[in-house]
Design a protein around this ligand. Structure first.
Ligand code: MN
Ligand code: MN
Length: 459
């Protein structure tokens, strides 16, 4: 055997930055700029959805309704209740022979939701009560600037959009924490009890309204809300408002190779997925599904468990005069969702050989789940084999991992719900540090690798 043949015997992960040419580095850094503005403009699933629809329209996509006719070359988008969007391009090749190339990622992220009866006053403060959404470490969400995003549906049915706290002159909102001087007992609590769910109350005002007899601070806040948005207190009952980190996405490190920002689970996969769908030149039919509710189990009619995705494929097939069951059986899907990046500060939870390493590329996870792979869809060797050929053909630098050590925890993705539709599905994602925190960290190289992987797959 020759020397380079010998080195091919062994699997090594490659740090993308080590081998990247000047030109490749430029592409990696340029791609990150668009992504950072996406993170800054799209902090909720609704904002992601409307931004992607706007971009799609500019690129010549038009809205699809069930019952519409379709033909080869069509570029369409389907909106699910303003919280999810599916982009698709009809290819030249026969869909019943080639199936659909599908990438799914989620556009919801862990956050602090405002309760339906949220406003109360106490000792000079006015607060909003909250109920957190997704798996968070509650103590991380105190003492940071927060913005408020969402919609309120008024009694007359009018829908008011709210987004305050991210522009430089906006006020921000705030969850208090205890000073260390008085925290002796708090600091001896278990991590999950340092801040309780009912302590995640957001400060929204503190100035008493002189003319009010009682609840002067609360009255003052309600008066401003009424003047600004036309809201009265019971309108919160039909509202979806969230408190989100009021923190801009930024370059991290002297070399600017990393990106810090909120909501990178899973917008670091959603952004490259939709960019790849926009950019792909393809003879086959391709689809990008951006879905809501992954963080709370894919429930409800905007989550991946909803039948609308199967219905949409049925509708596309009947519009093309073909059999949906046959098409689904021949389709293939990337479930694009982030994975845990090996963190040298916490080596004990990782098994290094099977961990996603920083800047070594988009990471496939053959399976997810907990314990004995419970809750995992477990892609077949054949599916993994087919997809790695696509990546290698296009010289994508990618890696393989699982979430952490066996029996130490775990997690799931939407992969199992897609594979239930009789579609071969593989998990892939960008490695993330500090996942589910208010400010997550990823590598620009991994983000770009995710784009290249998505493109190679859709081709
Ligand atoms: Mn995720
Ligand atoms: Mn998540």
């Amino acid at each position: 055997m020759k020397k380079d043949e010998l080195s091919n015997l062994v699997y090594h992960k490659k740090n993308i930055y080590e081998s990247a040419s000047e030109e490749e580095l430029k592409k990696i850094f340029n791609f990150a700029e668009g992504y950072k503005s996406f993170l800054n403009n799209c902090k909720t699933e609704r904002e992601c959805c409307s931004q992607v629809i706007e971009e799609a329209k500019v690129k010549g996509f038009s809205e699809f309704h069930f019952g519409d006719k379709l033909k080869s070359g069509d570029k369409r988008f389907f909106i699910n209740r303003d919280k999810g969007v599916i982009l698709f391009k009809i290819g030249k090749n026969r869909i019943e022979r080639e199936g659909i190339r599908i990438i799914v990622s989620h556009i919801d992220a862990p956050r602090i939701d405002i309760k339906q009866v949220p406003v109360y006053e106490s000792d000079g403060f006015c607060f909003f009560k909250t109920h957190y959404y997704g798996g968070i470490k509650k103590y991380q969400w105190t003492a940071i600037p927060l913005s408020l995003h969402g919609v309120v549906v008024l009694k007359n049915g009018e829908k008011i959009n709210i987004s305050v706290g991210d522009k430089p002159n906006d006020p921000i909102f705030y969850i208090t924490d205890l000073l260390p001087h008085l925290s002796q007992s708090q600091m001896s609590e278990k991590g999950k009890d340092i801040i309780s769910g009912e302590q995640l109350n957001v400060v929204v005002g503190s100035m008493p309204y002189k003319d009010a007899k009682t609840d002067k601070v609360k009255t003052g806040v309600l008066k401003i809300l009424n003047e600004t948005y036309g809201i009265v207190e019971d309108d919160f009952i039909s509202a979806e408002l969230s408190a989100l980190p009021a923190l801009e996405a930024r370059d991290v490190g002297f070399d600017r190779a990393l990106i810090g920002g909120y909501g990178q689970d899973d917008r670091s996969c959603a952004y490259p997925a939709k960019e790849a769908l926009f950019d792909v030149q393809n003879e086959n039919t391709s689809m990008c599904i951006l879905v809501d509710k992954e963080e709370i189990g894919s429930e409800g009619n905007t989550g991946m468990k909803c039948k609308v995705y199967e219905d949409l494929i049925d509708e596309i097939c009947s519009a093309l005069g073909t059999n949906s069951r046959q098409v689904r059986g021949r389709s293939i899907c990337l479930s694009a969702d982030v994975t845990a990046c090996y963190d040298p500060n916490f080596p004990n939870v990782f098994e290094k050989r099977n961990s996603a390493m920083l800047s070594c590329g988009a990471c496939i996870n053959k399976f997810t789940g907990t314990g004995g792979k419970s809750g995992s869809s477990d892609a077949s060797a054949e599916t993994v084999g087919r997809i790695r050929q696509m990546f290698d053909r296009d010289k994508v630098i990618w890696q393989s991992a699982e979430l952490g050590k066996v029996d130490i925890g775990g997690g799931g993705t939407v992969a199992k719900f897609i594979s239930q539709l009789n579609i071969d599905t593989l998990d892939i994602g960008v490695p993330v540090i500090s996942m589910h925190s208010p400010y997550e960290l990823i590598s620009k190289a991994d983000l770009y690798s995710m784009y290249q992987a998505s493109l190679a797959f859709l081709k």
